[in-house]
Design a protein around this ligand. Sequence first.
Ligand SMILES: [Zn+2]
Length: 166
Amino acid sequence: MNRDAKLGEGSFNSRHGYNAVMNDNRKATVACPFCATLNRVDLSRIAQHPKCGNCGKPILLDRPIAVSDATFERVTTDTTVPVLVDFYADWCGPCKMMAPLLDDVARKHAGEVLIAKLDTDRNPSTGMRFGIRGIPTMILFRGGQEIARRVGAVPPNDLETFVNSA
Ligand SMILES: [Zn+2]
């Protein structure tokens, strides 16, 4: 009887532990858009509206989040889900065409894929590091490693396929 009780408890703990591990696996490190503080966000809990640990303002992950030369490394290596980085510039027409598509993808894949944007004019060293020659260039990262890239504007279906290849 004692043994049965222990088994029951063990199985409960194991299931609980499994869930905890699953939750722990989906984390993103992102800069607060208001105060630039890097925050570690539990992506399994974005429905509960995560807030910046420094300024208390909301961290919204259902839209693209800005990365910079200063934050790029931390965001791409510390985030445990795939990260799609859009290398763009404000003057670039095709980049403007891609913007609403990336907004849609960010909303649709919130918590599963982190959509990030890097302004190549303001952050030249990251663009150089990845040999960006034309914009927009979209690169998918997993664990900080490039796994795929697309150069130029792409139609919505192609973007969706690209994101799903992560
Ligand atoms: Zn903040």
